[in-house]
Design a protein around this ligand. Sequence first.
Ligand code: DX5
Ligand code: ZN
Length: 215
Amino acid sequence: MALLIAPSLLSADFGNLQRDIEFINNSPADWFHVDVMDGVFVPNISFGFPVMKAIQQHATKPLDVHLMIVNPDQYIDEFAKYGVYMLTVHYEVCTHLHRTIQRIKAAGMKAGVVLNPHTPVHVLNDLIHELDMVLLMSVNPGFGGQKFIPHTLNKVRDLRALIDSKKLTTLIEVDGGVDTTNARALEAAGAHVVVAGNAVFGAADRIQAIQQIKG
Ligand code: DX5
Ligand code: ZN
């Protein structure tokens, strides 16, 4: 199976958001990756619910929403109203992560956990069977256009081994600095989905970039 690609709207032109969303609708891309940042958990602020509404109105592919916010529990039900397919929360901000995951599922969404570059995969040993997806950050979250951290490949292999050892079907997604130079290595290591912001929206030929990353 080819890699799935989720172009990150953080790298889209917000003055022409409908145009860029429709471009993804009509491309071979698989999901929309939507980065929500609060300026507290990460040193950047992206957008909130008015923009989520605009995305929902125009997007025809699944919405993969990456919450880079403290207290995500507070907003789970609100995100469910925007037709979110997959909601991911950071391990580093969830004191009662098991409860948070159950709440996301109860709200009708698929549930995933995100690990920062410094967070080891084994912290999910006792939760992995509850998860639809694990998102491994391959940059420190907060900004698009950063350089891929090569050690992520080891984490993808570790995570894949954990998932396979338990005979689970949990998806592995990788986010940050993914491009045509590392997509094949990520696929070989066991990733199912990759996020790409700059590598898609910054490409001279965006369709070709999507095709090459998917493989
Ligand atoms: C970073 C975000 C990423 C970002 C990826 O905090 O989570 O999704 O938009 O952008 P690129 O692919 O440019 O690294
Ligand atoms: Zn992201």
